[in-house]
Design a protein around this ligand. Structure first.
Ligand code: HEM
Ligand code: HEM
Length: 187
């Protein structure tokens, strides 16, 4: 695909929507257990235990997909933004997209490394445990996971802005920004 085609190609769209879904599930679960007092309260810890592996599973999926996504993006650059879009909006769009990519990488890494070092197992799909690589260091793990929690909450804000911006383009500006990610070049 050249940068002048009107929409994202099929692979880019499939990757965007599948990782968006996994991201929103991981985020939703994270925000849910963030409301629990699972460090101090036994009943809350049990509720946390029921969902944490699904948080880790969907988070790991988004993390794994992002590398293929970036590789695909490098080989097939995204279509140019509508010519009518003002400069500041183009800059904001690029900044928010790269921040989202960056957050996916750092959230995945901090979640996986924090779990590994803390000896908090990572079980995928309630089936497979990832091997543990590092020796246990709970204080370091908990510091890494504190950063992870902070980044997770930042991601919630950024994703809300991202979704709001695409709906704003679709319903208020009435341009093709959402359609070209939804329907692609052959719409
Ligand atoms: C899309 C990626 C991810 C997002 C958006 C995300 C988001 C979040 C959020 C918002 C929290 C905060 C919950 C709270 O307030 O207590 C959290 C906690 C946590 N996440 Fe993630 N996460 C992601 C990926 C991962 C991955 C890949 C892992 C590990 C395999 C992981 C492991 C954890 C753990 C262990 C906690 C609890 C930390 C603690 O209480 O010390 N996350 N995550
Ligand atoms: C209902 C939810 C969502 C909607 C409606 C949506 C909409 C869009 C649209 C329309 C674009 C194309 C923007 C353009 O052409 O410049 C886009 C790109 C993007 N979206 Fe989403 N999105 C959603 C969820 C998410 C989530 C949860 C993430 C993950 C963090 C995400 C990450 C990205 C990234 C990184 C790009 C840039 C793609 C690229 O050009 O490489 N999106 N999104």
């Amino acid at each position: 695909m050249t940068s002048h085609q009107p929409g994202y190609d099929r692979t880019a769209r499939l990757l965007h929507w599948s990782s968006a879904l996994c991201f929103l599930i991981a985020l939703g679960i994270g925000l849910y257990f963030g409301t629990l007092d699972y460090r101090n309260n036994k009943a809350d810890y049990a509720k946390f235990g029921e969902v944490i592996y699904w948080h880790k599973t969907f988070g790991t999926l988004v993390f794994a997909l992002v590398f293929y996504r970036l590789y695909h993006r490098f080989r097939h650059p995204p279509p140019a933004l509508p010519a009518s879009m003002p400069g500041w909006m183009r800059s904001a769009s690029h900044l928010s997209h790269w921040s989202l990519y960056g957050l996916i990488v750092v959230l995945g890494l901090s979640g996986l490394v924090g779990s590994d070092i803390g000896n908090y197992p990572v079980k995928l799909f309630e089936l497979w445990y990832l091997p543990q690589f590092a020796g246990e260091n709970r204080p370091l793990a908990d510091s890494i996971l504190r950063v992870h929690i902070w980044l997770g909450n930042t991601a919630a804000i950024l994703v809300a802005i991202h979704i709001g911006a695409s709906l704003y383009h679709h319903w208020i500006v009435k341009d093709d920004v959402l359609r070209r990610m939804w329907a692609g070049p052959g719409r």
